[in-house]
Design a protein around this ligand. Sequence first.
Ligand SMILES: Cc1ncc(COP(=O)(O)O)c(C=O)c1O
Length: 381
Amino acid sequence: MIYLNNAATSFPKPKEVKDAVVASFDYPLVHSSRTGFEREEEDIAYLCRVRLADLFNVEDPLRIVFTSGSTEALNLAIKGLSLDGSNVVITAIEHNSVIRPVKTLEKEGKISVTIVECNKNGYVYPEQIEKSIRDNTRAVIVNHCSNVTGAVLDLEKIAKIVHSRGAYLIVDASQSAGAIQIDCKNWDIDLLAFTGHKSLFGLQGIGGLYIKEGIELKPLKVGGTGILSEILLQPEGVPIHYEAGTPNRPGIISLYAGVQFILNTGLEKILEHKKKLYQILFDELEGNEDIEIYSPRENTSYSNFCFNVKKMVPEEVGYMLESSFDIYVRTGLHCAPLMLPYLGVAPWGTVRASHSYFTTEEEIYKFTDAIKKIALVTKKI
Ligand SMILES: Cc1ncc(COP(=O)(O)O)c(C=O)c1O
């Protein structure tokens, strides 16, 4: 099997991740009183926050709260800020985990939503965002890296624009976390949502939200924390205010091991490998008259190769790759329906091949050969 669907969920995971999760079956995942909210060097939850803080350049690790993934983190950010009566700006490259929460609030009459256009590669110009901000805009939400084309936005520039207009910047880092550099401190990010099971190499069901010092959110859920049980309301402070319920410790353990793997290997080295594979994809398929490529050459995570075989719907290509070549990609809209008109791919969407640090050059050549063979079929149509 050749797995090229890492933008959905990464496979395989580093051996270290598997070993850490398997080892967790050999000891109880509870303490006499619940920990994980404090700076306890022995505690895996704290250690995981520390590693994430290293990766995202966050000063205080306790400002990273765990969630079940980006979807929950984005819901917490969007519903936790008091946005009622305001305008919210999003971009055309957003995932449904942003589109649906804001559209729901809009339907309830609580906010208005402005959508900023993208170019034909899924890039959103900071100047376009600037033009869309109104006097009553309280939050701007951007996808750092398109899960469709891989286009990467200039967060530093966008943050400056957003803050100069007095709004919050919420970042969806689902695709960029563990793939490319993120610098919460120097870029001055307010809220950053990430998921553990993609480039961070963790299990599904773990992720988190970085909340900048000074920002307070209404929690999505309240309940048991294992400590401070005498308090009848959700205890204040980070991360406890946002982490009611038994934590997903197997997920946290996997995330810790995944982030540790990235830090030990080096983000640059991981990116270099993906860049080399990305180059091969372009060298082999660009200029082929039967193939249309939507991913950009530059300003990209070098992880997503988004294309179509002309005269074929993406599903057909995916089916042929799977059934005849044992190659697994993702086809369709990729939960990002607002992008379709900008890429010119309505209503069927695209094929997305997403490689990882563990994908080999040989696998990429097998994939490009398979695509060329499938493209030949169109000659007979
Ligand atoms: C850009 C983007 N945002 C949000 C999500 C949602 O992540 P999760 O399903 O892990 O919560 C994804 C996952 O596909 C994504 O690619």
